[in-house]
Design a protein around this ligand. Sequence first.
Ligand SMILES: C[S@@+](CC[C@H](N)C(=O)[O-])C[C@H]1O[C@@H](n2cnc3c(N)ncnc32)[C@H](O)[C@@H]1O
Length: 316
Amino acid sequence: MRFQSPYENEQSVAIRRLLESKTPYSLACDRARPGPQWKLRQSLNGRFNGAGLRLPRGSQIFGYYLRYDDGLEFRVWSIMPSPGLAMSESESPYNVDHYIEDRREFFRRAWITLGFNGIDGDYAEFGCHSGRTFGLAYQEFQKAKSHLGFLPYIMERLFWALDSFKGLPSATGPEDSHPFWVEGTLATTRAEFEQICHNNGIAPSAYHIVEGFYADSLTESSAQLPDNICLAYIDCDMYSSIMTVLEFLLPRIKHGMILAFDDYFVYSRDQVSGARRACVRMLGDHPNWRILPYYQFAWGGLSFIVESKSVMPDSL
Ligand SMILES: C[S@@+](CC[C@H](N)C(=O)[O-])C[C@H]1O[C@@H](n2cnc3c(N)ncnc32)[C@H](O)[C@@H]1O
């Protein structure tokens, strides 16, 4: 069995060896839970069994996929320190995409920018899976609100979580292809997501869930959907998903709002990222709107501020 992923690191090797020694099947682990020690857990056809790997207190786990040339697929989770937890260089694992801190910094800036600029509206996350980004967005908003108390307009914002809660859909064309976009992966159930929100201190009244694949959920006329959005965080990976999201957002786009694409630089050998393709297609030459790069985060994310061409014409 030959290992193919270029993303293996010390932790994933250790996890893989442990798991290979137990059961060479599809593997998932649950998200970190508070406790004296968090346990990596192993899933076989949805059934969780303790794999017995003990992680340092405060560790965070996040996942990626390892694929083998015989078709065997591992979903391996990397371990990193929790925010605020000091770990020595030697025990600090390689943080593959600066998951927490870079995104936290993005939200810190975004909320201040939106608050200072008086841009009202809600937060909408398209692809909320592990709830990690959702939790960061919420926490940073709480901080921004307390820091921006001097402003005449303190924003109340609802947080919208839009997801299939069944993981990625099937690809609809070559533009969707990427070795890491695998149908049915990245699935968190709605109940799990609600539990995560609870663990993150997000009250049920502070957020709203829109469940379903976007092709259905965003076009359902009777569905309760976000309308006034100040920050859209688009993290649904695939071109076709992002296109559906942008089609939904286009009539709701407004001057000064922020559009963030978690996977803007997630190219593959023969494709540009779905986020970039969708942006160029939907907004590249729009008569009313222009998007201006705002803040790059992690290794793959880029956010934009929307400009109205009635405020800032192509040529002054
Ligand atoms: C990379 S994960 C999102 C990660 C998340 N932001 C977090 O912090 O954990 C991608 C998510 O997009 C969702 N998704 C992708 N395409 C979708 C579609 N067409 N409709 C609904 N959900 C979709 C998947 O279910 C998955 O939960």
